[in-house]
Design a protein. Structure first.
Length: 519
């Protein structure tokens, strides 16, 4: 795995062990050994004390992440974990690069079912680095030993604490060792299983259908060779997808077209000469930058799955330290970007026409990951293509982290106290009512620039959109901090079926557009 942010010399001097050293790995393993007991004793009882240290560091390649509008505010997506404060003796320490506005924190605390906001606020500690630089939050924290000391003071007994991270890299491992608490997430030593190449190997091993492709490609020549081989296997192949091994949300993908490819002769020369024409999904990324990232990360080339009607469903799982694998949900992902590969949002649950089928295939891969020691939340993505009266499903990648489908589902689960039934593919409240939602991180308009958190909340209340605890329907917002500067906000629209959830989303757009005078 590539290094998302090398620690500068001053930060390294303050650490207990050299990052990645045998001593650090041994200390991390000892911390992780605490988790099985926590899952047996503390996690099942909501009345027992515990501390959750939330580290929403998006520890990916920062050059690719910089292409995402409002990227720094994506740390707010894990504010859904403030719902854990409904457990009366739970403390949360929430870390961020920049301070989060009080109005945003108040918004989440007022969503808490059955807990006065003041009671919850007394158990919440917010710590910010006051650092807007383009580096992962975890690297910023490791460079600030005084903030780490504040974390230790706020969390109390480290034996009852754990880290909740967006994704776990070597940075989060170092952070865990410095704080002396374990992480409920995938050990960085196993992250290669969730790379694009690693995912293809898991699918092949478990017999999960996937597109024809080639993994572990190391350089430009290897990529040209792989594309030629794919074309040789399928003379009618029109397009291929090239993926960075550690790309995310489709931003590390690019499309190669075989239009004009000679039927015979110097095909390899033609392919190599055409590589600079790759259509990158990431905004403003060209061949020079993409090829540099490809050499750093390696990658795969796959046949592009054509089809008049296609969907992009996914299945989510949670593996705990005691070997229990839980099926959490299925979603239909909403994709955009130049060639429709960038994650924009999702519908829950996935279409029943294929939802249980992709869940069954994903479970095969999930079991293999669990056996290899993967812990925490992860997702397995598919492409589904209509064939006649049915659907053909192809696995495309594994994401060993929380993702764009995580925070909407957690909000639904925490606010309704309901549960997904893996046998039927339906989420039900304790009263037996079905619930569905439409969610997006990308409700965006230049006309929304300048709207404050107070404006957003006022618009929601005045238009009857605010989530109603009695009906267990309505709209929840996230990425609120990105609204004023970037005109961008996230929403989760909950109703008793997908059609009504989409109607709520359209009403939300109408309310915002009306408030800013948009047509």
């Amino acid at each position: 795995m590539t290094d998302p942010a090398p620690l500068h010399a001053e930060a390294r001097q303050n650490l207990r062990f050299a990052p990645g050293s045998a001593e650090e790995r041994k200390a991390f393993a000892a911390l992780q050994a605490r988790l099985p007991k926590l899952f047996e004793t503390v996690f099942p009882n909501p009345l027992l004390p515990r501390a959750v240290i939330v580290v929403p560091s998006i520890s990916f390649d920062q050059d690719v992440l910089a292409k995402v509008a409002g990227g720094p505010h994506y740390e707010e997506r894990l504010l859904c974990l403030l719902m854990l404060l409904r457990m009366p003796r739970t403390k949360i320490v929430y870390l961020s690069s920049l301070p989060i506005a009080d109005e945003i924190i108040d918004y989440y605390l007022h969503l808490l079912p059955g807990v006065p906001p003041r009671h919850a606020r007394a158990r919440l500690t917010l710590l910010a680095c006051d650092d807007a630089s383009p580096h992962p939050l975890s690297a910023k924290l490791l460079a600030r030993p005084r903030i780490l000391e504040h974390v230790r003071e706020a969390m109390g007994d480290p034996e009852l604490a754990h880290l909740a991270c967006f994704n776990v890299t070597h940075l989060e491992r170092t952070l865990a060792v410095e704080l002396g608490v374990p992480i409920f997430g995938c050990d960085p030593a196993l992250l290669s299983l969730g790379s694009k190449s690693g995912g293809r190997k898991i699918f092949r091993e478990t017999g999960v259908p996937m597109a024809d492709g080639i993994e572990d490609i190391a350089d430009e020549q290897g990529l040209a060779d792989a594309l030629c081989e794919l074309r040789g296997r399928n003379a009618s192949l029109k397009r291929a997808v090239v993926k960075l091994d550690e790309g995310f949300s489709g931003e590390g993908n690019a499309m190669f077209s075989f239009a004009g490819c000679p039927e015979s002769g110097r095909i390899q020369t033609w392919v190599k000469n055409k590589l600079p024409a790759l259509a990158c999904e990431a905004k403003d990324m060209g061949w020079d930058e993409f090829s540099t990232k490809f050499k750093e990360m390696k990658g795969v080339a796959e046949c592009f799955i054509e089809g008049a009607e296609k969907r992009s469903p996914s299945a989510q799982f949670r593996a705990d330290p005691n070997g229990v694998l839980e099926t959490l949900s299925t979603h239909d992902q909403v994709l955009g970007g130049p060639t429709g590969q960038v994650y924009l949002g999702c519908t829950f649950p996935a279409d029943p026409a294929y939802g249980l089928a992709i869940q069954a295939e994903a479970t095969k891969a999930a079991e293999a990951l669990k056996k290899r020691g993967v812990w925490g939340r992860f997702a397995i993505d598919f492409i589904s293509v209509r064939e006649g009266a049915g659907w053909k499903n192809y696995a495309i990648e594994i994401n060993l982290r929380k993702g764009g489908t995580t925070h909407p589902y957690l909000m639904l689960e925490y606010l309704t106290d309901g549960k997904y039934d893996a046998k039927t593919g339906v989420f039900r409240t304790p009263q037996g009512s079905a619930r569905a939602y439409y969610a997006t991180d990308n409700l965006v308009s230049p006309r929304y620039v300048g709207l404050t958190p107070e404006d957003l909340i006022d618009i929601a209340v005045m238009n009857g959109l605010h989530f109603n605890a009695s009906t267990q329907e309505g709209v929840m917002f996230h990425l609120i901090g990105a609204l004023s500067e970037f005109g961008k906000v996230g929403v989760v629209c909950v109703a008793d079926n997908s059609t009504r959830a989409m109607a709520l989303y359209k009403k939300t757009i109408w309310a915002l557009d009306s408030a800013v005078g948009a047509a």
